[in-house]
Design a binder for this molecule. Structure first.
Ligand SMILES: Nc1ncnc2c1ncn2[C@@H]1O[C@H](COP(=O)(O)OP(=O)(O)O)[C@@H](O)[C@H]1O
Ligand SMILES: Nc1ccn([C@H]2C[C@H](O)[C@@H](COP(=O)(O)OP(=O)(O)O)O2)c(=O)n1
Length: 418
């Protein structure tokens, strides 16, 4: 049995389970005996004749786990009877970092339970998957949880009662951010790409482009100014004007040399995709040191973008689910060159949409989601504001391009003595 599955089962009754319907989570726990508690909310919403199942992805290899979790949804949507309902689910130990295990909760009509169970028996052959079924007890409103064995043909003798439990102090999706979504050193991100070289050949090409050591040997003599903000807030316009006005060098991020691989890594699950972007910053840092010995350097996106987009994607629901201000999640990587100033451009959402429309370019899926998903946009902006070491200085990008430029030039003169 895989190491992670074994450790999950050791702590089985200490675990909390969370099922999300329309972004709102409902929490339940399991216990040996029925003590008269009502059924958790999630089960009160289903018909007593319906069959419910949970599928938790628990391989001990995090690359395989990330890939399998991403593939599982497609597989389920393709193969399940159309009436089956699929909701995101997770299980975690409250307050225990890295204890989050993700999966799906299925609800099937009684008529669909045969094909559903046939599919689950096939899937359970993968040692990465833990399957439970939920049944309503006869003559009571109580539901029980049964864990399937790996053969899928029988169930483990132990049967648990499911009971409601309080929402945890910290949203469960925050438990696994460190080193799964955000990487705080070159080595951590590098390790992910090294390990996926056999399944993603492009990872090897990316590794060849990386600097041999992360720690910048020297600090640039000239100021380094990073411009951050959501798409269409005016970063390109401002960074080009700053370059021309200050006689600076402009560096895009991710760096140009990663362009051939970007679309490939954008298709990958967050673990791999975010490691790719994290490593891009170390290439940019090396370029900053080289150029910053000769002239001021302007950088279009850098660490704030990497961390904020990753955190906002990892944390489901509204911005209040984000890790609290001051959390270690918002710290700067210890080995990444720090800029002299980070400016965050903010824009009224309607004006931002207008600029996006006027520009009329194709957008990445993530940027389209920003458009449709206001919560995601709010989370990205809030995460930007919470990152420290250096923190960003917010500038309203609503006025004319020249006014924004003048305001940022004043900031640069104040903070960087330029
Ligand atoms: N201050 C501004 N006022 C009005 N329009 C602007 C301003 N800055 C940029 N724009 C326009 O908004 C659009 C998005 O700007 P851009 O610099 O490409 O943003 P980003 O690089 O952040 O995606 C472009 O069409 C640009 O000409
Ligand atoms: N240093 C960087 C730069 C971009 N990213 C990621 C964050 C988002 O997923 C995308 C946004 O980049 P995109 O090219 O769409 O942004 P612009 O159009 O340049 O505003 O890239 C990053 O993680 N780290």
């Amino acid at each position: 049995m895989a190491r992670r599955t074994a450790s999950l089962l050791t702590h089985w009754s200490a675990r909390v389970f969370s099922v999300e319907f329309n972004g709102a989570p409902d929490y339940f726990a399991i216990q040996d005996k029925h003590r008269g508690e009502p059924a958790p909310q999630v089960f009160r919403k289903v018909q007593s004749s319906d069959r419910c199942y949970s599928l938790l992805v628990c391989s001990s290899d995090r690359i395989r786990r990330a890939k399998f979790y991403a593939e599982l949804k497609d597989k389920l949507l393709r193969s399940l009877p159309a009436e089956c309902e699929l909701s995101p689910m997770s299980s975690f130990l409250p307050h225990v970092k890295d204890s989050l295990i993700k999966g799906y909760f299925l609800k099937a009509n009684p008529g669909d339970s045969l094909p559903t169970e046939r599919l689950l028996r096939d899937l359970i052959q993968s040692e990465s998957l833990l399957v439970c079924s939920y049944l309503k007890c006869e003559n009571s409103r109580q539901w029980t949880q049964r864990l399937w064995t790996h053969t899928g043909s029988s169930v483990m003798s132990k049967e648990y009662c499911v009971v409601p439990t309080d929402a945890p102090d910290y949203h469960p999706s925050t438990l696994n951010i460190i080193n799964s979504d955000v990487f705080y050193s070159f080595e951590e991100a590098h390790q992910v790409l090294r390990k996926c070289g056999d399944i993603i050949p492009e990872a090897t090409s990316v590794l060849e482009l990386l600097p041999s050591r992360a720690e910048a040997r020297s600090k640039p003599d000239f100021p380094v100014i990073v411009i951050e903000g959501l798409d269409a807030t005016g970063k390109t316009t401002l960074t080009q004007s700053l370059r021309d006005t200050l006689g600076a060098v402009l560096l895009p991020s991710p760096p140009q040399c990663l362009s051939p691989w970007r679309a490939r890594f954008d298709q990958e699950p967050p673990l791999i995709r975010r490691a790719f972007y994290a490593l891009g910053n170390y290439i940019t840092a090396e370029q900053i040191v080289q150029e910053g010995m000769k002239t001021p350097v302007i950088v279009d996106r850098y660490w704030h973008s990497t961390a904020s987009y990753a955190i906002a994607t990892a944390v489901s629901g509204p911005p209040c689910n984000l890790p609290a201000e001051g959390s270690e999640v918002y710290r700067w990587p210890r080995d990444l060159l720090q800029p002299s100033l980070v400016v965050l451009l903010t824009l009224d959402p309607e004006e931002r949409k207008r600029r996006l429309r006027d520009r009329g370019q194709g957008k990445t899926e993530e940027e389209q989601e920003l458009d449709h998903n206001q919560l995601f946009r709010l989370k990205v902006e809030e995460a930007y504001r919470r990152i420290s070491g250096p923190a960003c200085v917010t500038v309203d990008a609503g006025p004319s391009a020249d006014q924004v430029l003048q305001q940022v030039l004043i900031l640069i003169r104040d903070k960087c003595q330029l």
